[in-house]
Design a protein around this ligand. Structure first.
Ligand SMILES: Nc1ncnc2c1ncn2[C@@H]1O[C@H](COP(=O)(O)OP(=O)(O)OP(=O)(O)O)[C@@H](O)[C@H]1O
Length: 259
């Protein structure tokens, strides 16, 4: 990846990370097409899209795990990224405590581990075996690991998988607390449309290319989004709106059809 990207019309000097004209394919099949996106400090951005639309590929290309066929990813100098993967299998016979898991591969001061555990919402779970954690606690342990070095950018790929609705809502609430505490930007992929919509400042809807993006309320009203997801989540989304009578139409709520 080229971190010294050339200037582009969407170039954002304050961005933590910025993709320009990103194209990725596998075996001649195009998965990501001409993706332009930038994420700023303190911003929570959610990527939504149907199965197989390229969401995980996008995150993996952004962190540098996949080389794009075309385009660039520019990262802010010294950017620290914390990554929470979609899933992680831990051998059930492995006697690995949460604390030891957080110290892989290198040891960290105990206070740093405790802080990450507290931030992830599992302050008491450090000495429990990873295999004894509940689904929600396990996801929080993965989050604690991603928080160990106080990242500037936290990336989560379907991190609330397997959680029930309350667990999912709690998980995303915790993300907002983390953002407020350490001021990191957050980029996450999720299928939990209505819960995620509440937490996100901006939603990017992809189906290999960016179909539409903008504030959550505006994206759910966009024809491109409705064509992919229908309108079933609307009622649920309404529950989370701060003011059900407010229908903001200022330019920040604009939906940009990038397709
Ligand atoms: N390393 C790879 N080699 C070949 N094909 C891949 C690879 N990684 C992803 N793909 C393919 O790229 C497409 C997009 O996959 P990706 O995992 O990015 O989708 P997604 O939107 O995250 O899907 P889901 O919502 O199901 O997690 C899929 O068809 C997948 O099979």
């Amino acid at each position: 990846m080229d971190t010294g990207a050339a200037m582009h019309p969407t170039h954002s000097p304050t961005a933590l990370i910025e993709a320009t004209d990103l194209c990725v394919g596998f075996g001649g099949r195009s998965v990501l097409e001409h993706i332009d996106l930038a994420l700023n400090p303190g911003e929570i951005v959610t990527v939504v899209g149907p199965n197989g639309s390229g969401k995980s590929t996008l995150l993996r290309a952004l962190i540098g795990a996949i080389d794009p066929d075309r385009g660039q990813v520019r990262k802010a100098a010294g950017l620290r990224i914390g990554y929470v993967p979609q899933r992680l299998h831990i051998d059930p016979t492995l006697p690995l405590s949460v604390r030891r898991f957080l110290n892989l591969p290198g040891r960290h001061p105990r206070a740093q581990v405790d802080k990450a555990l507290a931030r992830a919402g599992i302050p008491q779970q450090g000495d429990i075996a990873m295999t004894q954690l509940s689904g929600g606690q396990f996801q929080r342990a993965l989050m604690a690991r991603a928080l160990m070095d106080e990242p500037d950018l936290l990336m989560l790929d379907e991190a609330s998988q397997g959680l029930d609705q309350t667990g999912t809502a709690d998980f995303y609430r915790q993300l907002e607390v983390i953002r407020d505490e350490i001021g990191c930007g957050i980029l996450m992929v999720s299928h939990d449309l209505h819960v995620v919509m509440r937490a996100a400042d901006r939603v990017i809807c992809i189906n290999h290319h960016i179909c539409c993006q903008g504030r959550p309320e505006a994206v759910t009203a966009a024809p491109e989004y409705r064509a992919l997801f229908g309108t079933d989540d609307e009622t649920a989304l309404a529950i989370f709106r701060h003011d059900p009578h407010q229908h903001p139409h200022d330019h920040d709520d604009e939906v940009r059809d990038a397709g």
